[in-house]
Design a protein around this ligand. Structure first.
Ligand code: FRU
Length: 508
């Protein structure tokens, strides 16, 4: 039986989604049915469809008491909303149904594993928050919370492990049919660690050990873990809070971390080899992955960041989007990511410009930061819902350009720039003039090795976002854009002659 709280949320979302015109949303990136969205949750395949749940506050475009929103898709690009899956309606999750994961049970039922948040007054009169892991079982639409929740209570974790920061369970099934679950937690020194639990039925869980540990290196609390094997290596994804920048890595405050190592299946032991950030842009967090039927590991993330997510107009009817799903690989000891190949079936109106010379004198200047002059445009290269490949090379290697700028989402006033600096091996994204009225972070630089001044990029624009993949996916930079949809110009400029190859499609 669905609770009154869930019934109300379902009624509300059904009524209020109607007030959001389709053009006011991204075309193929999932946004909340109404209100606020953060982390992807329960990303899985169930009954031959992709299911994606999400942290959801239907009643406001700001974070609030968390529900699980729900959508399904056949291709990970066209999503259909289903009714909200869970609401904060039990004593153990009354203050939030936080992030988690999903799996199909052998009998065909769908198991959701999530964090229940409960605040209560403790002995000294202080209000304290407790987080426990809970389950709900259902048929892909309706879910029943388990009557003996929580299934991983704070009583089972060893002394010294935080009972307040104990969340975001990630479940997987091993080849022998048993289950494992990683839960994010904080150690005594306040730094993040991942706790491993084991189960024979997905319902009753035993604590095993600390699976991975921050040791004071990468931020504080580690949120939203994922674990999987890929291309012969073992990977942990997590999203740490309070990260310190290191060189060009980890500039996001709440950042993303990919630990690459090995895994001993018999003893459930992960050995870390090296780490990197997952995305080098501004808006990417809390990623989860699935394994598709044809064996691809696909990642999706929340296309936002906590430091700027609050700085928007709360009167908007929706806020928050997922990234494009990305196929991931490990190559040369690095994480590679590219848009899922299904996006190719959305391509229309192919435009190609081969070997085009962009003359060096055409340096874009924004007079008073406003009017664009000397911009180079190319026939039919424009749009806000596009898939564009760009190869840049210096015309003369002895006259290397210092700075090549691609500006997107432009009109005379607004633009967002991707700036290529081969002499420094730097690519910068800059959305200062994207129409934002907030003094939040608008720029990010990544260190990307150029090849004698050459570099490749694939750019996906979907109305209110840009996702740039460099050098066949070795680096990704993601940012949301507030720019009015009518600004669809694309401009080029460089201080020395450059040759470009461009292939561009509209996505429909
Ligand atoms: C990460 C996170 C999770 C938590 C959820 C709450 O973005 O803080 O750790 O479960 O969001 O909405």
């Amino acid at each position: 039986m669905n609770s009154q709280t869930l019934r109300e949320a379902r009624k509300y979302e059904e009524a209020f989604e109607k007030l959001i015109p389709a053009e006011a949303r991204p075309q193929f990136h999932l946004s909340p049915r109404v209100g606020w969205m953060n982390d992807p949750n329960g990303f899985c395949i169930y009954k031959n469809q992709y299911h994606l749940f999400y942290q959801y506050h239907p009643y406001d475009a700001q974070w609030g008491p968390m529900h699980w929103g729900h959508a399904v898709s056949d291709d990970l690009l066209h999503w259909e909303y289903l009714p909200a899956a869970m609401a904060p309606d039990e004593y153990y999750d009354k203050d939030g149904v936080f992030s988690g994961s999903a799996i199909e049970l052998p009998d065909g039922r769908h198991l959701l594993v999530y964090t229940g948040v409960m605040k209560r007054t403790v002995e000294n009169g202080q209000m304290k928050e407790f987080q426990t892991q809970c389950i709900a079982i259902g048929d892909g639409i309706d879910y029943e919370k388990y009557e003996q929740n929580p299934v991983m209570g704070t009583d089972v974790i060893p002394d010294g492990c935080s009972k307040t920061d104990f969340r975001d369970p990630k479940i997987w099934k091993k080849a022998d049919g048993t289950y494992r679950c990683l839960v994010a937690n904080r150690a005594e020194d306040g730094s993040g660690q991942l706790l491993l639990f084991r189960s024979f039925d997905g319902i009753k869980w035993d604590y095993q050990k600390v699976f991975a540990k921050n040791n004071g290196r990468y931020g504080s609390m580690w949120e939203c873990p994922d674990f999987f094997e890929l291309d012969g290596q073992a990977i942990i994804f997590t999203s740490p809070q309070d990260m310190l920048p290191e060189g060009f890595e980890f500039h996001n405050g709440n950042g993303t971390l990919c630990l690459i190592g090995s895994y001993d299946d018999a003893t459930d032991t992960f050995t870390e080899d090296h780490v990197q950030a997952v995305d080098y842009g501004i808006d990417f967090y809390a990623m989860q992955t699935i394994l598709t039927e044809d064996g691809r590991r696909v990642m999706i993330g929340w296309m936002q960041n906590w430091d700027t997510a609050g700085a928007h107009d709360r009167n908007e009817p929706w806020f928050g989007q997922m990234s494009i799903p990305r196929e991931i690989h490990i190559k040369n000891n690095r994480l590679y990511q590219n848009p899922i190949r299904e996006v190719e079936s959305m391509r229309t109106d192919k435009v190609e410009h081969k070997d085009v010379l962009i003359k060096g004198e055409n340096d874009i200047r924004h007079k008073n930061s406003e009017t664009l002059v000397n911009a180079v445009t190319l026939d039919q290269i424009q749009g806000r819902c596009i898939d564009m490949e760009l190869e840049i090379a210096p015309e003369d290697i002895n006259c290397m350009y210092d700075k090549f700028t691609l500006s997107v989402a432009c009109n005379e006033k607004f633009h967002t720039d991707i700036v290529f600096r081969p002499k420094e091996n730097i690519v910068k994204i800059d959305r200062k003039f994207s129409g934002s009225r907030r003094a939040v972070v608008h720029q990010r630089r990544a260190h990307i090795p150029f090849r004698d001044g050459k570099i490749k990029m694939r750019l996906i624009l979907d109305r209110f976002s840009m996702e740039a993949f460099f050098e066949d996916g070795a680096y990704a930079m993601t940012a949301t854009l507030p720019t009015d949809i009518s600004c669809d110009g694309i401009f080029f400029s460089t201080n020395e002659d450059v040759r470009v190859n461009i292939t561009k499609y509209n996505l429909a």
